[in-house]
Design a protein around this ligand. Structure first.
Ligand code: NAP
Length: 248
């Protein structure tokens, strides 16, 4: 049976690579995006070319109204939701905490923490067997920053990902008896546009060279681990934090 997944931030980077791989496995993919409709449409076209189905869906994960609408739209389109890839996330320009203003801190935690919690909540409401659902899988996209702390760059971002790790640990225990597995991947330095949005387009290449594997990772390498965690091959894996960070 065809499975349906919502990928938040599915239009670019790690989300897009995950969408493409799931398309090749025949999945129906909700490609959520914040602003870049053209990128979401391009991703949807890649999913369809790979053999799946795709629906671009606009929505800010920091908005409860948008998050509920995202899930409703996907469920109406495909009749079911089997999985969530809780992937949308932002960084901000490198800075010390002492120089961060309130607006930056609020937005960081609104998108990366509140957004992840709201999406996980909606998935739990719809997938939990205790609430009439058929079970499912959640993969949260955290970061190696959660254990590194990211001093002088973005301790706000690192802390937001620490919350995502803790969400993963708690929700896996809460939802295990209700047919839902919950895991996280913690990417390291991955070659996507997120670094440019933080003002350092070359960051992954420069810092990646100093990692044990000597290079940045690709979005596809992270997507492969997400797809594995979504699959039945990972049927006994829940509450895991999987580092995909080249040994960093
Ligand atoms: P990216 O290339 O910058 O893509 C970000 C995606 O998130 C885009 O699809 C963007 O939509 C979407 N997005 C941003 N804010 C959103 C919001 N408020 N609501 C809904 N969607 C939103 O990022 P990436 O590198 O693939 O990162 C994906 C995840 O991996 C993030 O959680 C990030 O923290 C994590 N991560 C990345 C790295 C890395 O080195 N790249 C390392 C560790 C962890 P638009 O296209 O509309 O802007």
């Amino acid at each position: 049976m065809t499975k349906t997944v919502l990928i938040t931030g599915g239009s670019r980077g790690i989300g897009r690579a995950t969408a493409r791989l799931l398309g090749a496995l025949g999945w129906s993919v909700g490609v959520n995006y914040a602003n870049n409709r053209a990128a979401a449409e391009a991703t949807a076209a890649e999913v369809e070319r790979a053999g799946g189905h795709a629906l671009p869906i606009a929505g800010d994960v920091a908005s409860e109204t948008d998050v509920i609408a995202l899930f409703d739209t996907l469920q109406q389109a495909y009749g079911r939701i089997d999985a969530l890839v809780n992937n949308a996330g932002i960084v901000a320009p490198s800075s010390q905490l002492a120089d961060m203003d309130l607006a930056r801190l609020k937005r960081m935690f609104d998108v990366n923490v509140l957004g992840a919690y709201l999406c996980a909540r909606e998935a739990a409401r719809r997938m939990s067997t205790a609430r009439g659902g058929a079970g499912g899988v959640i993969v949260n996209v955290s970061s190696a920053a959660a254990r590194l702390g990211s001093p002088n760059e973005y301790v706000d971002y690192a802390g937001s990902k620490g919350a995502v790790d803790t969400l993963t640990l708690g929700l896996a225990k809460e939802l295990g008896p209700q047919g839902v597995r919950v895991n996280a991947v913690r990417p390291g330095l991955i070659d996507t546009e997120i670094h440019a949005s933080g003002g350092k387009p070359e960051r992954a290449a420069q810092l990646g060279a100093a990692t044990p594997l000597g290079r940045p990772g690709s979005a596809d390498e992270v997507a492969q681990s997400i797809v594995w965690l979504l699959s039945d091959a990972a049927s006994y894996v829940t509450g895991a934090l999987l580092d995909v960070a080249g040994g960093r």
